[in-house]
Design a protein around this ligand. Structure first.
Ligand code: SF4
Length: 352
């Protein structure tokens, strides 16, 4: 994405001289009219102002994000489960990731699981209420052998369940993307992770443009795109907004928002956790930028949000990853189901 496209992403539909009122209640009222009445998108400078509101205005921001989510998406929450089908040993140097071979993090390392194990995990996820199952592998991009293992697993899951299958296999060529779509993979997950201006700080072995291009390739062959990022890696709040508007250029169907859960021995292992209200402001602003998309509350929510975890679902999130994450243990699915029942939020069922 070169200069002019980047500028467009940053300003949304606004002109370069966008002005935003200083008065926060007036800004929130204007944004509410804009999104709910006029169906006009949030502009970059509005998002940049809202993501920096203080604790006194955070409840109003969260409430607005929730109204927008209900109005555009309804009350349902979609559940997804992930399977880390190949763990560790990755050649890349993403600073947040315990699966990089460079950091010697204490995680289990294994090659691609066998097909019955992957199929059984999908079956269990379906029984827990998930409608969506993502096969994740820790690689820069898939080798021909890995592709054929994944395709075999996808076929087996399709025979055994009705669950929607997505894959996250790193950087893809157009040919590999076509193989996945031909096999019936409906969605590709490839997070941008961080905005263009911050990305070189967290990864040097591949570029933001390579990630961006893989997202485009997935869409070009007809897969839905799931792409989001990680908040709390040392980026500024404004850079979170940059990420949101760069993602908007890609028009993903689903946006997972992760919060950094620092992993031992990684370069970000000693980073302090994001403050819970800061995490909620990030989530709320992503909802306002993406009023009609599936915003998935993903890794790190337990450790970062702590007692405020349920608030994320009142701040715009309408999807959850249930069960374990890639290298960290989530809480039991039953706890998330109880949280949704307490919030009186129905679980989205698979389409008949
Ligand atoms: S985030 Fe993905 S590409 Fe980066 S080190 Fe981890 S597994 Fe490898």
């Amino acid at each position: 994405m070169q200069g002019s496209a980047q500028d467009r992403a940053r300003t949304g539909s606004a002109s370069a001289t966008d002005t935003v009122p200083d008065d926060l209640p007036a800004l929130l009222a204007a944004v509410e009219r804009q999104l709910l009445l006029n169906r006009e998108p949030l502009r970059f400078e509005q998002a940049a102002r809202l993501i920096e509101v203080g604790p006194e205005h955070t409840p109003a921001l969260v409430a607005l994000a929730h109204r927008v989510r209900l109005d555009y998406c309804g009350p349902d929450v979609e559940l997804e489960s992930l399977l880390n089908a190949k763990s560790g040993g990755c050649s890349e140097d993403c600073a947040f990731c315990s699966q990089s071979a460079r950091y010697h993090s204490p995680i289990p390392t294994y090659a691609f699981l066998d097909v019955p194990q992957v199929t059984e995990a999908a079956r269990r996820s379906e029984a827990d209420g998930a409608t969506h199952f993502c096969i994740v592998v820790a690689v820069r991009g898939p080798t021909p052998r890995l592709m054929s293992e994944v395709l075999e697993a996808v076929a087996s899951i399709q025979r055994a369940t009705r669950i929607k299958v997505s894959c996250s296999l790193g950087l893809l060529t157009p040919e590999q993307a076509r193989q996945l779509v031909d096999a019936g993979v409906e969605m590709y997950n490839h997070n941008l992770e961080a905005c263009r201006s911050f990305f070189p700080t967290i990864c040097t072995t591949h570029s933001f443009d390579e990630r961006f291009r893989t997202c485009q390739v997935a869409k070009e062959v007809g897969m839905e795109l799931c792409s989001g990022g990680i908040l709390g890696m040392g980026e500024t709040p404004r850079q979170r907004v940059e990420l949101a508007y760069e993602l908007r250029e890609l028009d993903p169907d689903e946006i997972p928002i992760n919060f950094l859960n620092p992993r031992p021995n990684t370069p970000l292992g000693d980073r302090p956790l994001l403050a819970p209200l800061e995490a909620l402001r990030g989530l709320a602003v992503f909802r306002l930028v993406f009023p009609d998309k599936l915003l998935r509350y993903a890794g790190g929510r337990e450790v970062v949000l702590r007692d405020l975890q349920a608030m994320g679902l009142l701040a715009g999130a309408n999807g959850l990853i249930v069960g374990n994450y890639l290298t960290t243990v989530g809480r039991p699915a039953a706890d998330d189901l109880r949280m949704l029942a307490d919030l009186e939020m129905p679980i989205k069922r698979a389409a008949e």
